[in-house]
Design a protein around this ligand. Structure first.
Ligand code: MV4
Length: 497
């Protein structure tokens, strides 16, 4: 087992990883940029190393500085978290060259991640369904026309090296095809430095469902069921839940086995995710593989009872998976909401600034993976994720009021957050009914508009009102929409008493 791990990340995920290390008896090294000198992740580390200026390229993306920090502290392994260098092949091989264990896939097995045409062909050979379409990239418009006719419109033109929704185009008929192919090619070239594109059938109203997999260095492999990730905005997941409201046991088992097949064939030795699209007729298709611990991993932990970060570290250390597939089951229901420092009512603009007041929810079935504290300045340099609220309950029905109330009791003042927006999502009719797909956000846009625009201002005013000895607010059920009822019971004392 490792004695010391460098955590090459910041915020809530750095803290999550540090906690797993401590439980395994591993000491931790944290890294920080200029602006993160007072960030909370450092409090969970045994040692900390400054790695550069605030800009991501100078700090959390600075491969040389991070490798140096690991060497200087005699760290045996590096955990990259998610984002930053988590899926960077250069970083994975720089670690290998320095004799440091990269906690993720080894550089030989990252192949399923980049090239979509290559991974489609690999997956097809395994007998796992892929979206009908071309098996090769092409520049020949007649090949696109032929395939579009074969699979039927609408179709989608995709960049082979694309990701995160970039370089995709829906085409509704043959008249649009030539233009879209040309535009797709240009966009692929400018975004990915590679103009290879191909065509697929467009899957309408799909669900985005991913399966969690663990695979060790001896080839032992288990899946830990699915996460329903269809609540997305511009390819950013907002809310995830498990079990998915749309899977039945038979389909769930088929998809889980397919996910394992894909991870086995690609020789991944880590915690990974296989993403699928599920169409209206409940046909599933392979989409892509993620070879990192994901933002939404906690919901899987809540229903399976498995600590995924610990398992990921054990696998990297060369331990055998002790888990057997038959031992893993879904118990109850979990939902996660991502809390962001962004103005949901103003085009989701980032909203950095000082946290003047913070009271995070707690209670039965409530977990907050957080990276913030009252008085801390949220810097503008990085992803604006602040924390994640995860709830667990015995079934979906009881998890809904639990997350709604926990969001209501999540009080953060000083900057704009998406908390109110998240609460409106979990209270929509369609979310409650479990009837939603990847178009949920656009289809519910009107229902997700704010109902009380003065809420934040009123709250802020109350907190900043230092003239009063004690300000207490009580809930009055007779008042329908009023900032004080929205935030529940709370009070502010003078001089931090
Ligand atoms: C699709 C699709 C429909 N048909 N491919 C978006 C991210 C990228 N990895 C794949 N994506 C999609 N590919 C075909 N043939 C719809 C999407 C898609 C989507 C997928 C998952 C989650 C959210 C999405 C939102 C819009 C489009």
């Amino acid at each position: 087992m490792f004695r010391k791990i460098l955590v090459a990340n910041r915020g809530e995920i750095a803290i999550r990883v540090a906690k797993a290390c401590k439980e395994l008896g591993i000491s931790t090294v944290g890294i920080f940029s200029n602006v993160d000198k007072t960030s909370s992740h450092l409090l969970f580390m045994d040692e900390t190393v400054w790695i550069g200026e605030s800009a991501p390229n100078a700090s959390y993306l600075n491969i040389d500085a991070i490798i140096d920090a690991a060497k200087k502290t005699n760290s045996e392994a590096i955990h990259p978290g998610y984002g930053f260098l988590a899926e960077n092949e250069l970083f994975a091989s720089a670690c290998e060259d320095a004799g440091i264990n990269f906690i993720g896939p080894n550089s030989k097995s990252l192949t399923l991640v980049g090239d979509k045409i290559a991974s489609r062909n690999t997956v097809k050979k395994l007998g796992v369904p892929i979206i009908p379409g071309m098996e090769m990239t092409s520049t020949d418009i007649s090949k696109f026309k032929m395939m579009a006719k074969k699979v039927g419109y609408p179709v989608m033109v995709k960049a082979s090296m694309g990701g995160g929704g970039k370089g995709m185009r829906v085409v509704h008929n043959e008249n649009e095809l030539e233009k879209s192919v040309a535009a797709g090619q240009r966009e692929a070239k400018s975004s990915f430095g590679d103009d290879s594109i191909y065509l697929e059938k467009y899957i309408e109203q799909p669900h985005h469902i991913e399966f969690q997999v663990l695979r060790d260095k001896f080839g032992n492999c288990v899946h830990l069921y699915e996460r329903e990730c269809s609540v997305q905005r511009r390819h950013q997941k907002i809310i995830e839940e498990t079990p998915s409201p749309v899977l039945n046991d038979g389909l769930r088992q088929m998809m889980g086995e397919a996910a394992k097949k894909i991870i086995n064939a690609s020789h991944y030795t880590t915690a990974g995710t296989v993403e699928f699209l599920l169409d209206k007729n409940k046909n599933f298709y392979f989409l892509e593989v993620n070879a990192r611990i994901q933002v939404e991993h906690p919901i899987t932990e809540m229903v399976t009872g498995v600590d995924l970060v610990k398992q990921q570290i054990l696998i990297a250390a060369g331990e055998k998976l002790k888990l057997k597939q038959e031992q893993i089951s879904q118990n109850g229901h979990a939902i996660e909401a991502r809390i962001y420092a962004e103005d949901a009512d103003n085009d989701f603009l980032p909203s950095p600034g000082k946290i003047l007041y913070l009271n995070e929810p707690s209670g039965p079935g409530i977990r907050v993976d957080t990276g913030i504290y009252q008085g801390w300045n949220v810097p503008p340099h990085y992803d604006p994720i602040l924390s994640k609220l995860i709830v667990w309950a015995e079934n979906r029905k009881s998890s809904l009021p639990r997350i709604s109330n926990a969001l209501k009791n999540y009080i953060l003042l000083g900057l704009k957050t998406n908390i109110g927006y998240l609460r409106r999502i979990v209270n929509t009719e369609n979310f409650i009914a479990g009837k939603y797909n990847t178009h949920f956000i656009e289809e519910n846009e009107k229902k997700l508009k704010p109902t009380n625009e003065n809420l934040d201002i009123a709250l802020l005013a109350a907190v900043l009102d230092k003239g009063k000895e004690k300000l207490s607010l009580t809930t009055e059920t007779s008042i329908k929409s009023n900032p004080w009822t929205e935030i529940g019971k709370w009070e502010i004392c003078k001089n931090g008493e």
